[in-house]
Design a protein around this ligand. Structure first.
Ligand SMILES: [Zn+2]
Length: 296
């Protein structure tokens, strides 16, 4: 038995070291993890709690996640209650370790208010807004990793420039499209900041949280909206059930119209690791290509 313990002990130590290393920086969503990866040198490992295709509104941390959160050096989250079922654990953990919300640098006047003291949490698809969030994150990361201060500052400057370039380029492209064509319908309200920033009328079938239900009335008014605007495409989302959008397609057909399902857009989660869409800018380029094509 003693020999077995001796044999297993180095393995156990190795495993615990690996686990510790894996949770140096823990980010809740893939979008938040991407921001941290853009800013930190590669030797600082960033772990995302939710993988691609995961809906953050309904995500409940399992025991393994709770362990990861507690063992991480720092925790990053979106804020504005995007991670609706994690509020309690994030509050608790902030008492004993540094926790940063991406939404922290934003003023309430920059946010979309959806109720008394309730704001739309989908801030990342307005790249100009996200640039402020990433800049705030860089300041936080420089405090947490002073040994990498110069590298983080350099990366932050380069990333800000990239976000603003992508923002300006899409802004110009959308503004070449006639006003009457600039509209889109998606499964849930993840694109309100996006619509506001780039001058696109956006309708989500399910409200700002996927937890909200949609009714027959919403479906009928969305179908009428499609017929009035002449939209030819409706979009599902990679992290949201496509049932509501498929029902909308049927509702349009029942009213004598036709609409097709576009490729699923990245909304609350980014693409699979190793694909261009695993980064926010990659996902933004993918989405905006689909949206621009739908207006042709
Ligand atoms: Zn959402």
């Amino acid at each position: 038995m003693k020999t077995l313990i001796k044999l297993l002990l180095p393995i156990a130590l190795f495993v615990s070291c690996e686990e510790q290393k894996a949770v140096q920086v823990l980010a809740t969503t893939s979008v938040v993890a991407d921001a941290a990866r853009q800013l930190l040198p590669p030797e600082v490992e960033v772990t995302a709690l939710m993988q691609s295709n995961i809906d953050p509104h309904s995500y409940k941390p399992v025991e393994r996640d709770v362990h990861k959160i507690h063992s991480a050096k720092i925790v990053l989250h979106n804020g504005l209650h995007l991670e609706g079922k994690m509020t309690e654990i994030l509050e608790k953990v902030s008492l004993d370790k540094p926790v940063y919300a991406m939404s922290d640098p934003l003023k309430s006047s920059e946010l979309i208010r959806v109720g008394p003291n309730v704001f739309d949490p989908h801030i990342w698809f307005d790249l100009k807004l996200w640039e402020s969030c990433a800049k705030g994150l860089a300041i936080f990361l420089m405090e947490q990793f002073p040994e990498h201060r110069a590298e983080i500052q350099k990366r932050s400057n380069a990333y800000s420039a990239k976000l603003l370039n992508t923002h300006n380029s899409f802004y110009q492209k959308t503004n070449e499209v006639p006003d009457s064509l600039r509209a889109m319908i998606t499964a849930h309200d993840a694109f309100s900041y996006f619509g506001k920033a780039y001058g696109i009328e956006v309708k989500g079938l399910q409200g700002i949280s996927t937890a909200a239900e949609f009714g027959v009335k919403d479906m009928s008014s969305a179908a009428n909206f499609i017929l009035e605007t002449g939209l030819n495409t409706v979009f599902t989302e990679t992290s949201v059930n496509s049932k509501s959008i498929e029902a909308l397609k049927e509702a349009v057909e029942q009213k004598g119209g036709a609409v097709r399902l576009g490729k699923p857009l990245y909304s609350d989660a980014l693409g699979e690791k190793g694909t261009p869409e695993a980064s926010l800018i990659g996902a933004f380029e993918f989405n905006t290509t689909q949206i621009l094509n739908s207006w042709k």
